[in-house]
Design a protein around this ligand. Structure first.
Ligand code: SF4
Length: 920
């Protein structure tokens, strides 16, 4: 261990550190501009010069390694003189218009200049060299007059984002950053993540949407409201408004990084469309419940008392006349754990039904069903960290990670670029991650099982399976072997379209490199064979001994920011919180004793069963919290017909949505910035959501709405059916009381407390006790079911395939700039500026065959409906395949999809529908 003397302190260090790293670790401040703890040392600006005894010249602390016996001085008169010289030289080629005209801007350069006794206004160049705001993109403000050539933007883009958008051009003092080949940022394939902005020390790059918004009154750390990666962000609050979002380097998942939605996608919070008072249909106020002609379906704003009385009375009346079994509940993957817990309690304890579900049904119910059976736990087994840092090989299949889970995609790109992760991407589309992959397996949609069985066939043929692991930790392998034998490379190539040589290469890497991670998204799960697809992936990982090891695992990437938490909290028809089966006698008795009443131990209806049941009259009422089935469910024409037949629909939402057309009562919930609690990300990490601003208008956090309604119902005839019990009452005054109840009844969360989270503990469930540190990698020693199970599966054709009348195959997904039904992202001006209308992706060959010349729009028709939208002719999709998304109601891909379900998970087959395409 080298020992050095740093400003008279004797310090022991590891041999690898630089002087700057050691100084920072010991609280000694050395001024820097080009150095950034998240970037590799650069040694460009010379501001961090320090004196080392025995050397004639000062050295740059950011690049100079410490050595045993070294004596370093960081602050001497000579060094101060030197630094003033450096700062003066930088300011001589710097012009800040805002600072020059008296509007003092604050940045690292200005602060260091002040600290060294310089007046930036006098020292800086009096006039600009470059045009201000020189790039037309809506996110990043570019003012090269403030550039000091520290290369932090170039390095952040390359080292963090793995994008290489920024470069440098010119010589001497004329050196300046350029995007791509001196084009604009978006043309240079910028993903608008703002990493360059976060790392720029001078404001040469800044957040355009919030420019001029001023300094925040406070920063509130919370969690992003979009995807399941669960990035930490900081709401910048001024005058009770969110003026911008920034990142922080100590964030557990994302460090200083965010994607475009996380950093720039929060305008929706203050959007004028927000519902700020309860609304009810006029007929509910004016006709004693009987429909009026004409204006009956007008919305009328009302007070909470009236709205909740109507909801309680109508639901009680329906229960009285038709029975509890005719009322269903849709919970929300965008709401807090505490709110999903209450929704599960409202359905089960108050109404006595297990008919509760949420959008996990539509994204990862196949993963849940399959992994629960094969491994005994349905969640992502590993952490993003250990995959990014330790996996030797990763198979990403059916996941457009760059656009769905952008910050995790960044980690994968870093792993490829920094340490040579062998990345195999299996996807019918040429998605962005393919550019970083060692191999792209472009298999036909619906052939995942054939592909995976083919890879396992080759692993087995070559003897690459892990026999010791198979013997010690699994059962059923002997049944898998004969199934795999039939999946020869010739046959698999014929089914999938993947060349045989690529099958051999992929199998060799998957079979010989370890640890290996399997990562998947909805390209795997949203099929009539969704559960079988996941069985195949589980087989592959078990065969190679890759489950229970860091850098390996079975890793379904969960979609929405709290879809994992909503599942954990029992927003599913078959399990109580913590995946405790409703059909288990002991579990049934436990919740009966805790709550005072639960339904019969019989699995309830899924969302894909509840909606048709409304159409058939078997279900009468639906209570929806934060979901928009008219955008997100398959075959939405049928969904609309079913909702129109409902007797009563309650919607808790922040905006009027496509679903609110069918709602009788609209209860205003709040955005993530207006409430406090917890959410759980894709890797089972429980994180704190902190309230940044007060609820807008009369809107209320969803937990408060549910509590107020339940109290009202408990005071009615329903209350008489519920026995005294420790958790019978609904007297929550804040969410901390709810998390305590969750802890008491949910073993996975028993050790999760707000106090631990606030103390900075990083908790991934299971956390079985208060002294348990959490579980970053599942199944390291044993599976919850003892031994893991192999399940042989065969390739079968999908329910609907192209034919003569509908010759194209439609597949669906999301795009980077929008989220889900885009209720939030369509209300963010900058996102809409980049992606403001629907687009249909079509291969150039198909465009030519369809004679699209001159036609910018196409009509896509399926057996269920049609949409018209602009076409994007691109090689991203192979010939014969059309890609569409469900972000815009005017061309919602779910007008075309069908509701054929996987028989086990009940997930719809969104990924494959037969369509025809016509020029418009
Ligand atoms: Fe938010 Fe996901 Fe983007 Fe992170 S990666 S900032 S969680 S949308």
């Amino acid at each position: 261990m080298p020992t050095l003397i740093l400003d008279d302190c004797t310090i022991e260090t590891s041999g690898q550190a630089t002087i700057l790293e050691v100084a920072r670790a010991h609280g000694i401040v050395i001024p820097t501009l080009c150095a950034d703890p998240e970037l590799k040392p650069f040694g460009g600006c010379r501001l961090c010069l320090v004196e080392v005894e025995g050397r004639n010249q000062p050295v740059a602390a950011c690049t100079f390694p410490v050595a045993d016996g070294m004596v370093v001085r960081t602050d001497t008169p000579a060094l101060r003189q030197e630094r003033r010289f450096v700062l003066r030289a930088l300011l001589r080629h710097f012009h800040d218009a805002g600072y020059a005209d008296g509007r003092k801007e604050d940045n690292e350069l200005i602060r260091w200049a002040g600290a060294y006794g310089l007046d930036p206004r006098r020292e800086m160049h009096p006039t600009p060299f470059y045009p201000i705001d020189s790039d037309p993109n809506p996110f990043v403000w570019v003012d090269l007059n403030k550039c000091i050539r520290c290369w932090r933007c170039v390095r952040a883009c390359a080292e963090i984002q793995g994008r290489f958008v920024w470069g440098m051009k010119g010589k001497g003092k004329a050196v300046h950053p350029i995007a791509g080949l001196d084009t604009d940022l978006l043309s240079a394939r910028c993903e608008s993540c703002g990493a360059c902005v976060a790392h720029c020390p001078t404001g040469a790059l800044d957040n355009k949407p919030s420019l001029g918004a001023g300094r925040p009154d406070r920063l509130v750390a919370s969690i992003c409201s979009y995807c399941g990666v669960g990035c930490t962000l900081e709401f910048n609050v001024k005058d009770e408004r969110i003026i911008r979002v920034t990142s922080r380097s100590d964030a557990p998942v994302n460090g200083n990084h965010l994607c475009v939605k996380g950093r720039y996608g929060h305008d929706y919070i203050h959007h004028s469309d927000r519902v700020l008072r309860p609304r009810v249909r006029r007929y509910l106020l004016e006709s004693d419940g009987k429909a009026l002609e004409g204006r009956a379906w007008e919305w009328v704003e009302t007070d909470w008392e009236t709205a909740l009385t109507i909801v309680a009375d109508k639901l009680l009346a329906i229960r009285r006349v038709h029975g509890a079994d005719t009322i269903g509940f849709l919970s929300s993957a965008k709401c807090l754990n505490e709110e999903n817990y209450l929704m599960n309690k409202l359905a089960r304890q108050v109404f006595g039904v297990h008919h509760i579900d949420h959008c996990a049904r539509l994204c990862h119910s196949s993963s849940t069903a399959a992994l629960s059976y094969t491994l005994g736990s349905a969640a992502m087994s590993n952490s993003m960290d250990d995959i990014a840092e330790q996996a030797a090989v990763a198979l990403v299949i059916g996941s457009n990670t760059t656009e769905q889970h952008p910050v995790f995609a960044t980690r994968l790109r870093q792993a490829v670029l920094r340490r040579g992760l062998k990345l195999i991407v299996a996807d019918p589309r040429r998605i962005d991650l393919v550019d970083f992959a060692a191999l792209h397996l472009r298999h036909r949609p619906g052939t995942d099982i054939a592909l995976l069985n083919g890879l396992m066939h080759l692993i087995l043929t070559n003897g690459w399976e892990d026999r010791a692991y198979i013997a010690a930790r699994t059962e059923g392998f002997e049944a898998l072997e004969p199934t795999l034998r039939a999946y020869t490379p010739e046959r698999v190539s014929a089914i999938t379209g993947v060349p045989e040589r690529d099958l051999h290469r992929a199998a060799k890497w998957l079979g010989t490199l370890k640890p290996g991670a399997a990562i998947w998204g909805m390209g795997i799960t949203q099929h009539t064979m969704g559960v079988a697809n996941v069985y195949a992936l589980s087989n592959l990982q078990l065969m190679r001994g890759n489950i229970g090891v860091a850098g390996g695992g079975a890793n379904p990437l969960r979609g929405q920011n709290n879809v994992q938490g909503a599942c954990d909290m029992g927003a599913l028809p078959n399990v109580y919180p913590g995946y405790q089966p409703v059909t288990d006698g002991a579990v049934h008795a436990k919740f009966q004793a805790a709550w005072g009443r639960v339904p019969e131990p019989k699995v309830g209806m899924t969302v894909t069963e509840m909606i048709p049941a409304l159409g058939q009259g078997r279900m009468k009422a639906l209570y929806i919290m934060g979901e928009n089935p008219v955008m997100s469910d398959p075959d939405v024409r049928h969904v609309r017909q079913c909702l129109a037949k409902a007797e009563f629909v309650v919607l808790q939402e922040i905006f009027p949505t496509e679903t609110s057309h069918y709602a009788d009562v609209l209860l205003p919930g709040v955005s993530v910035a207006e409430k406090s609690g917890t959410v759980t990300n894709t890797e089972r990490r429980v994180q704190r959501v902190r309230q940044a601003i007060a609820p807008l208008g009369e809107a209320k956090p969803d937990w408060q709405i549910l509590t107020a309604l339940a109290q009202r119902l408990l005071a009615s005839e329903l209350g008489r059916e519920i026995a005294p019990a420790p958790y019978r009452e609904w007297n929550y005054t804040d969410t901390s009381a709810i998390i305590e109840e969750i802890r008491a009844l949910t073993p996975l969360y028993a050790g999760v407390t707000y106090a631990r989270l606030e103390a900075g503990e990083r908790l991934q469930w299971p956390v079985p006790s208060l002294d348990h540190p959490g579980t970053p990698v599942l199944h390291t020693e044993r599976f919850p079911i003892g031994k893991a199970r192999f399940v042989p599966v065969e390739h079968l054709p999908e329910a609907e395939l192209p034919d003569r009348d509908y010759p194209y195959l439609l597949t669906t997904g999301r795009v980077l700039y929008h989220w889900h039904g885009a209720e939030m992202t369509r209300r963010v001006a900058s996102l809409m500026q980049v992606y403001g209308e629907p687009r249909i992706e079509l291969n150039p060959q198909d465009a030519e065959a369809l004679r699209l010349n001159g036609h910018r729009r196409v009509r896509v028709v399926s057996r269920r409906g049609e949409i018209v939208a602009p076409v994007w002719v691109t090689e991203r999709v192979p010939p014969g395949i059309v890609f569409a998304h469900f972000h815009f109601p005017e061309a919602n891909a779910n007008e075309l999809t069908h509701a054929t379900l996987d028989p086990i998970s009940k997930i719809p087959a969104y990924k494959i529908s037969a369509v025809r395409v016509e020029p418009v």
